[in-house]
Design a protein around this ligand. Structure first.
Ligand code: ATP
Ligand code: MG
Length: 165
């Protein structure tokens, strides 16, 4: 269970606040308490790491922040124009579409926003370059290594240029 143990790489300074968690708790319907009394402030430019043993609630905290789940106590306060639409999420598993090419997997979030394949091409190719997968656009997930699949997943999360990744 995460209890306010957060490693902060940068001093907060006076960069604008994006999100704060106050006294956040999550108890699942089976009675498992995954989070208790978590306070966390996320500022523009922060690089935050949640550290802790397997099962301590890290993914649960990230899922709350991404809006994929709701807290059972406490609250999340968004500042400014941040919402689910400008959060990028890299799941713990690659969660790629197995039948779709690397290009089409990375295009997916833009496609859901109505961007055509041709219109998405510059952004998709830029992200594939950033994760060192240029040349693998036409590969399908079963042709990739585990790390390559995760890098496709990271490219997919970054392709919308989210404010929080
Ligand atoms: N949907 C769920 N229903 C019930 N319990 C859950 C659910 N999701 C997670 N849990 C429980 O909540 C706790 C925290 O899980 P979580 O996935 O957040 O851990 P984690 O810190 O990300 O672990 P790991 O390092 O292994 O990824 C665990 O005890 C897990 O069994
Ligand atoms: Mg996890």
């Amino acid at each position: 269970m995460i209890q306010e143990k957060v490693a902060r790489k940068q001093a907060s300074g006076d960069r604008p606040m994006l999100l704060s968690l106050r006294n956040v708790g999550k108890v699942f319907s089976n009675g498992v308490t995954a989070l208790s009394k978590v306070d966390l402030a996320i500022r523009e430019g922060d690089f935050l790491s949640l550290l802790g043993p397997s099962g301590c609630g890290k993914s649960t905290a990230l899922r709350l922040i991404a809006g994929l789940s709701t807290p059972t106590s406490g609250q999340l306060d968004w500042r400014g124009s941040i919402d689910r639409a400008n959060i990028g999420f890299v799941f713990q598993e690659p969660t790629l579409l197995p039948w779709a090419s690397v290009f089409d997997n990375v295009w997916l979030p833009l496609r859901l926003k109505g961007v055509s394949r041709a219109g998405a091409e510059p952004a998709v190719m830029e992200m594939l370059s950033r994760v060192h997968l240029t040349g693998f656009e036409n590969a399908v997930p079963r042709e990739l290594s585990g790390g390559m699949k995760m890098r496709v997943s990271i490219a997919r999360a970054m392709v919308t240029k989210p404010r929080i990744l």
